[in-house]
Design a protein around this ligand. Sequence first.
Ligand SMILES: NC(=O)c1ccc[n+]([C@@H]2O[C@H](COP(=O)([O-])OP(=O)(O)OC[C@H]3O[C@@H](n4cnc5c(N)ncnc54)[C@H](O)[C@@H]3O)[C@@H](O)[C@H]2O)c1
Length: 277
Amino acid sequence: MAQLRPQRLNGKVAIITGAGRGIGYAIGTRFAEEGAHVVVAEIDRDTVYTAAEDFSARGTEALAYPIDVGDIDAVQKMIADVVQGFGQLDILVNNAGLSERVPMLEMTPDQWDTLQRVNQRAVFFCMQAAVRQMIAQVPDAVIEAGRADRSYGKIINLSSVAGRRGRADAMHYSVSKAAVITMTQGTAMAMAPYGINVNAICPSVVPTTMWERLDRAMGASLGLPPGEFYRQRVEKIPLKRAGTAEQIAAMATFLASEDGDYITGQTYNVDGGSELN
Ligand SMILES: NC(=O)c1ccc[n+]([C@@H]2O[C@H](COP(=O)([O-])OP(=O)(O)OC[C@H]3O[C@@H](n4cnc5c(N)ncnc54)[C@H](O)[C@@H]3O)[C@@H](O)[C@H]2O)c1
């Protein structure tokens, strides 16, 4: 159980958006096992409480925080509540995301905006709210010097291999994930003087609810039975297997821990060799 892991995040306070299921849930589990207190910032009331209970069972404190991360006022209130409850904020993982198949000629402005609101706009404003708090935790001497001797905060954003090159049937999604990469770079540069590290992860195929839905939608459009589009997609991965949410969580843990203190502004593919940039 918890004690089997090295406690690399001992006492850290981490907000993970969309941690109720899938990749976010795996990151929350791993962070809790590594000693972090995890805030489950999740819109789905069916999973937000159970995820927090599961994380608490790993031996640290977890907080269920039902929230729509697209609501900027609610995000700011969440940061204030977390600091009131835990006294600090050390890590933010922007994991919540939407995905859907929409061919270019069928895309509506509403579909475009709904997805960008969560995948792009919320990522920016969650980062802005979090770094305001993280900067408040940086010693005055570091702020005056404009250089830090260690890390004073970590932000990890979930992008996607779809952000590395355009997708004909989900252009709004690939644009949003490309934006996550450039926002990661920009925020890393803005926060470097404070010692706040900002990095991104690009998964390719991880079997979660998001992928089940994509498989059904793509399969229906191509006349394939359920599971077949997924199988064909996995066959195209050089390692010939899908990734796991736990493998994404391992990268997030590395970046969040002291081992990642000298890394900022980077985007890591955890994708079985799908992309080489
Ligand atoms: N699964 C993959 O293969 C894959 C590949 C590349 C990138 N990603 C990215 O990884 C992240 C997690 O993906 P997943 O597969 O676990 O997805 P998922 O759909 O299984 O889980 C997403 C979670 O985010 C929550 N969420 C959605 N909108 C929210 C909002 N407005 N506020 C708060 N919570 C909200 C959902 O309720 C859900 O719990 C996403 O950003 C996704 O784009 C996933």
